[in-house]
Design a protein around this ligand. Structure first.
Ligand code: SF4
Ligand code: SF4
Ligand code: SF4
Ligand code: FES
Length: 1005
């Protein structure tokens, strides 16, 4: 069973990575067993000995700015955080010299920080300054508190910086520079009054800060705080500013007489009262497939903050959406009553009336046209349990396999490529394996914006540990700018250069022949299929120079471990399945499976797109990818569900739309999908929806798709229900209910059960755990999954055996085929379908943005996000802008073969030549009015990325669609962390407890 692990704990390489040899260390006279290479501070903490350590955070590694962790080692003072254990080491944390050094160091800290804990929003039992004051029994401050000559910076919508409370510990800088790797923060150590700087001296609002929140999360005091905490966390902190200042003055006045002890006791009583009022609930992020988990702090329905620390995937990491993107939960526009269509209008109705109508219409349509006239679409935003029930409703109650989810639009081709070659349709390892790779190759993924926390691990490994990075994309996105090699092939030609590299490696003796011999079938036939992919052909087709393609081949062959990451730039093409297959073929030929630091990583989009497929919301597979046409499988489900199940594969999303147009599907029940906008050729999809006899949409807001509905049912967001999500790593994690469902709404699993029961199903699930129990009992892939095994931050990565053993690394003993061997899959190149011509002369690409998720139905309701990124736009290259006279802010009409949208231009060198890019974040001007109904023939995934368009310049000129306060316009200041050596060079610095005035290196190094 996997348990929560800390990420980045060994970032600086001083931890016990991989080592298990024991060494003996004596601490305060007692012998302790340490792991070779372990940091002394970790050993001390593990031993339960209390030691001050203001700047140390295990996930950041030693920052060495505070000096409060001074201990005596074999008679010399040293920082415990920067010391590696050694056999026979004798350590004292309490000797007079050590204690004096700790006190002196902390006194300097307090000269930067005013203790007004009782009226401080950070007084929640976990304030490092407060707790260190208590630990060291500090009664009085020797170096007086000095204000710094700077104002509080309130210019970021989500958090604020108070220089006067800043300890200069540098944790925030370390987190921003080396964990998030946005490289915004630094400290001006040489200044008479050092402080934290954004972009070297900008305001936060105008800086490159992406509001990921890492810095706020690791700040050990109240210098950096979430604005949602301010005035809300404490009982006395909401008072007016003058009253607050008055109280702070009172505290300052009494301190000389009473000492800190009395003040601490009072503030602790207040803090204890907070404990009983402010709740902390573990949840899993509802946005992308990375699967970050964290505690949400709440006071009634107010979200105080998101606190990431123990998540097995993310540790202290989040992106702006997970950290600050939750306003939508309490948005006044939430649907709170079912709606029923009356003519052109929808009117409010009772649950009874709405459910009765749904059951009656489903029954009538089924009776008249048969079960396959009904169709169901589950949501990849919903939980595994809800997806399981949705497919059970379709199959066991309605009697049809017409059930799908939105992985059809993005992930199905990747899953197919992996099913063809290695047997399971999931990531072949964990994000930890990606971190461990020698070389990461990213194809068609804007990882830093679409999977931000996963990207931090790659950026960090690349910056600090020499990991090589190759990026292939049409746009020069952040990862491309950081890459050792950036490839910009012609649109839709990835299959060609990937296959050419594979052929080149095979022909030049650079393939991994032993691996191929032992683990892979089909080499000869596959080799024959590669014949057309010569370097010459590849170069001509992709536009990449032969030398570049060869260089990539050599980099792959020379790397000890290669991970390939890909996303919608690959899958949303007419050969999405084949290109995904080509990626896996290349990994097999080079032996890049079955070890950490290797493997295939299709990056799943929605938070639970992996889980929606895993739990059977797909037309051909029951839960756990068990085929609907396998009689043995069906018999097992039929016995459990006590029904006869349909035997043939149903319709997928794409086929459903065609079938509606043809009058074959008459009714659609759709949960939590903005399908009328996110499906390609959306005009065609909307037209189909308007032809339905009966449509039910279940959502939390009145989405664009709701306009077509006959009944709208108000569901609940993730914070109002229990369940599990499965992330891109195949990691199953529990979410706990943070709030009661908003009055009038119901958790989606209850609504599905209500619908099923109105249709006579007699389901009696009391809690999602019972649904998981049933799923596990019928699904070998998840046999050992249970709520007990997923308690708190515990998680499981499927496949999960009945005894609870899971598989973080997917293929260790064998591949998932009967003979245990992988299969090379022969491929042909057919080329893109929708190509530019004279009339439609530009290539239009599309995708995500950091700040918004998809069309923005949730993120536009977050005021801070809206402020930073208020609208959609079309990116135009400087060359095209010059050619056509376009500026940022020019209104243009984009016209494709399928529709047109009016949108403002943003001139940027992220795109080049005649290639355009449009983010998906708009319901008014959705890019899918322009995309076609052409699909990957294997999976019917629309070729969203193959769109040709022309641009018509409109007379109006507006403001730039991205305001200056967007992080894109900032100027990061990369450096290797907090650079404490610069502090040590200051003339006023000396090592606590020592007479040394200046010191360049700590004594133990
Ligand atoms: S990017 Fe901004 S929010 Fe994130 S760590 Fe850096 S300064 Fe903090
Ligand atoms: S703002 Fe940064 S340097 Fe200041 S106390 Fe917080 S983490 Fe430390
Ligand atoms: S990276 Fe994805 S899962 Fe993590 S906080 Fe951001 S949106 Fe949520
Ligand atoms: S904790 Fe060791 S120097 Fe700060």
């Amino acid at each position: 069973m996997a348990t929560a692990t800390k990420m980045n704990g060994n970032r600086s390489g001083t931890g016990p990575a991989g080592s298990t040899a024991a060494v003996s260390v004596t601490i305060n006279g007692a012998t302790q067993s340490a792991i070779q290479g372990e940091r002394l501070v970790d050993l001390i903490n593990r031993s339960g000995i209390k030691l001050a350590q203001v700047c140390y955070h295990p996930q950041l590694g030693p920052v060495q700015t505070c000096d409060t962790c001074m201990v005596e080692i074999d008679g010399r003072l040293a920082r415990a955080c920067a010391t590696t254990v050694a056999e026979g080491m004798k350590v004292s944390t309490t000797s007079p010299a050590a204690h004096a050094a700790q006190e002196e160091a902390f006194d300097r800290i307090l000269s930067n920080h005013l203790l007004y804990c009782t009226v401080c929003d950070n007084n929640n039992g976990n304030c490092t300054v407060h707790n260190t004051t208590k630990l060291l029994a500090v009664e009085h401050q020797h170096i007086p508190f000095q204000t710094k000559p700077y104002e509080v910076d309130n210019t970021n919508p989500f958090y604020r910086y108070d220089p006067n409370q800043c300890l200069l510990c540098g944790r925030c800088v370390e987190a921003c520079q080396n964990v998030e790797v946005n490289e915004t923060l630094s400290i001006n150590w040489e200044d008479p009054h050092p402080r934290v700087l954004w972009d070297g001296g900008s305001t936060i609002g105008m800086s490159s800060c992406v509001s990921c929140g890492h810095c706020v999360t690791v700040c050990p005091c109240n210098a950096l705080m979430e604005k949602s905490m301010l005035g809300h966390a404490g009982f006395l902190t909401g008072i007016s500013k003058p009253a607050l200042n008055g109280m702070i003055e009172v505290v300052k006045d009494v301190e000389p007489e009473t000492g800190f002890g009395a003040i601490m006791r009072l503030s602790e009583a207040e803090s204890a009262m907070r404990e009983s009022r402010n709740r902390k609930t573990k949840t899993v992020c509802t946005y992308c497939g990375v699967g970050c988990s964290f505690d949400i702090w709440t006071k009634d329905r107010h979200i105080l903050k998101v606190e990431p620390e123990h998540g097995p995937t993310n540790g202290i990491s989040t992106c702006v959406k997970g950290k600050f993107g939750w306003d939508y939960v309490n948005d006044p526009d939430r649907l709170t009553k079912p709606l029923i269509r009356e003519g052109e209008k929808l009117r409010e109705a009772s649950w009874d009336e709405a459910l009765e109508l749904v059951a009656r219409k489903f029954t009538e349509i089924k009776t008249q046209y048969g079960p396959d006239s009904l169709a169901f679409i589950s949501s990849s935003k919903c939980t595994n349990e809800e997806s399981y029930l949705m497919q059970k409703l379709a199959r066991a109650v309605a009697g049809t396999n017409n059930i799908d989810n939105c992985s059809r639009y993005c992930q199905a081709p990747a899953t197919t490529g992996l099913f063809r070659t290695v047997g399971y349709g999931g990531d072949s390892g964990s994000i930890r394996d990606i971190e461990n790779a020698d070389l990461v190759l990213i194809v068609g993924s804007n990882t830093a914006e679409s999977h931000p926390v996963l990207a931090t691990r790659v950026k960090s490994a690349h910056k600090l540990r020499g990991q090589k990075l190759i990026v292939s994309d049409l746009r020069e996105n952040e990862m491309a700018r950081r890459a050792d090699l950036f490839l910009h092939p012609k649109p839709g030609t990835d299959l060609v250069w990937l296959s050419a590299i594979t052929l080149y490696l095979l022909e030049n003796g650079m393939a991994h022949s032993e691996f191929l011999k032992q683990w892979v079938n089909g080499l000869e036939e596959y080799k024959r299929s590669l014949a057309p992919f010569t370097m010459e052909f590849a170069s001509k087709t992709t536009g990449l120079p032969e030398e570049t393609i060869k260089k990539v081949a050599h980099m792959i062959a020379e790397a000890k471990g290669v991970c390939i990451l890909w996303a919608m730039g690959v899958t949303q093409q007419s050969q999405g399945s084949d290109t995904s297959t080509a990626i896996s073929n290349l990994l097999l030929v080079t032996g890049n499976y079955m070890r950490t630091g290797t493997g295939a990583y299709p990056l799943r989009g929605h938070n639970n797109v992996q889980g929606a497929g895993d739990t059977g919301s797909a037309p051909g597979t029951l839960p756990g990818y068990q085929s609907v046409s396998d009689p043995e499988v069906r018999a097992r489900f039929e016995a459990a569900w006590r029904v006869k199940l349909p035997t043939t594969t149903g319709l997928d999303n794409h086929q459903m739309v065609d079938a509606i147009q043809q009058g074959k599907v008459r009714s659609l029940y759709l949960i939590g999908e903005e399908m009328a906008i996110v499906d390609s050729n959306s005009n065609y999809v909307g037209d189909a929806f308007s032809k339905l006899d009966f449509m039910v949409v279940q959502d939390i807001f009145f989405s664009y798709t709701c306009r077509f509905a006959d009944v709208v049912l108000p569901g609940c967001p993730s914070l109002e229900k229990e369940g599990t999500f499965t992330s891109t790593e195949r990691r199953i994690q529990r979410l706990y209910q943070v709030f009661e469902p908003l009055e009038g709404t119901r958790p989606d699993w209850k609504i599905i059960q209500d619908v099923a029961n109105r249709l006579g199903a007699n389901w009696n699930y009391e809690h999602p755990s019972a649904i998981t129990g049933e799923l596990a009992s019928l699904t070998p892939l998840m046999a050992g999954v249970s709520y007990e095994r997923l308690e708190g931050y515990k998680c499981l990565q499927w496949p999960v055996a009945a005894d609870g053993t899971d598989q973080p690394l997917l293929y260790t003993q064998k591949f998932a085929f009967p003979d245990g061997k992988a299969r090379l899959f022969p491929l042909k190149w057919t080329g893109a379908q929708d190509q530019p011509n004279e009339e439609f002369d530009l290539h239009l690409n599309n995708g995500r943005l950091l700040e918004h998720f998809h069309e923005g139905n949730l993120t536009y309701r977050v005021s801070g996000i809206r402020e930073k990124t208020p609208d959609t736009f079309v990116e135009v290259s400087p060359a095209l802008a010059q050619e056509r006279g376009i500026e940022s802010g020019t209104w243009v009409m984009l016209i494709s073969r399928y529709g047109q949208v009016r949108v403002r231009a943003l001139v940027t060198d992220r795109v080049s030549g005649h290639e355009l890019y449009m983010p998906m974040n708009s319901t008014e001007s959705p890019v899918n009015r322009l995309t076609s109904s052409r699909t990957d023939p294997v999976t019917h995934t629309p070729a969203f990325k193959e769109t040709s368009a022309r641009i018509q310049i409109l007379p109006e000129k507006g403001e730039s669609p991205l305001p200056r306060i967007n992080s894109r316009f900032g100027h990061p200041t990369p450096q290797l962390g907090v650079e404490v050596e610069r502090k040590w060079k200051r003339s006023d610095y000396r090592v606590p407890g020592s007479q040394l005035v200046q010191i360049q290196k700590p004594p133990e190094q």
